[in-house]
Ligand binder design. Structure first.
Ligand code: HEM
Length: 196
């Protein structure tokens, strides 16, 4: 039996409203009412998970074409914006909640500096994830979005360094490189036209 994975324009709009507007409002209200330090840490994990999933969708859908992945591909902006909000509240919660100083952030031996570097990428991605930026940047828009390729290893390095062990960094970055390599080989093969 084959299943169709479709979504109506209304459902899509609802998902967009949730990720663009409802999520940040919920996070802001939660942040000032009940959220504790450990929840802000959890938001960092959720942000990293969302960034990772977002970058894995493309290679996975090329390696294993499936209607579900094809549908997921069309939601990368929504997932990206959601990851931006989660990162933002993670960083703000850590920074304000723990009273971090800029000295701690810029300490090159520390792990927060890696979070700060990844943040710059998150802002670039967040600010350009809209139709206006896409129109203005035209062909360069795709190149700008490739900043995500840097955010993934840097943010996972930040997380690993914070946890004091590098499993997360090695696993995430390693599997991304492997998936991208397989994607590249497959697309190259598909592009090769049979000799006339
Ligand atoms: C200026 C920006 C940032 C600041 C100030 C910051 C701060 C912190 C701090 C203080 C911790 C340690 C939490 C703990 O005690 O366990 C942490 C952990 C973490 N951060 Fe960030 N972070 C920033 C950016 C980011 C970004 C961009 C991401 C991902 C997209 C991220 C994801 C994580 C993750 C996954 C952890 C590990 C949580 C754990 O399991 O312990 N952070 N961050």
């Amino acid at each position: 039996m084959s299943y169709m994975f479709t979504i109506s324009p209304t459902q899509r709009k609802a998902i967009q409203i949730l990720s663009y507007y409802v999520l940040p409002i919920l996070l802001a209200v939660s942040a000032v009412t009940w959220v504790t330090d450990s929840v802000f840490v959890l938001l960092g994990q959720a942000a990293l998970l969302a960034v990772t999933a977002n970058l894995f969708i493309k290679p996975v859908s090329v390696i294993y074409p499936h209607p579900l992945f094809a549908l997921a591909l069309t939601f990368r902006r929504e997932l990206g914006v959601a990851s931006f909000w989660m990162y933002l509240f993670h960083a703000m919660g850590m920074f304000l909640g723990r009273g971090l100083s800029l000295d701690m952030v810029y300490n090159p031996q520390g792990f927060i500096i890696w979070g700060a570097v990844a943040s710059m990428g998150m802002w670039i991605l967040g600010l350009t994830s809209n139709n206006l930026s896409q129109r203005l940047l035209k062909r360069n828009w795709k190149k700008v979005q490739m900043v995500a390729y840097a955010v993934l290893p840097i943010a996972s390095f930040h997380a690993s360094k914070a946890e004091g062990e590098y499993a997360k960094f090695i696993l995430i970055t390693g599997s991304f490189i492997i998936l991208k390599t397989i994607q590249y080989v497959i697309t190259q093969k598909r592009m090769v036209k049979p000799a006339a």
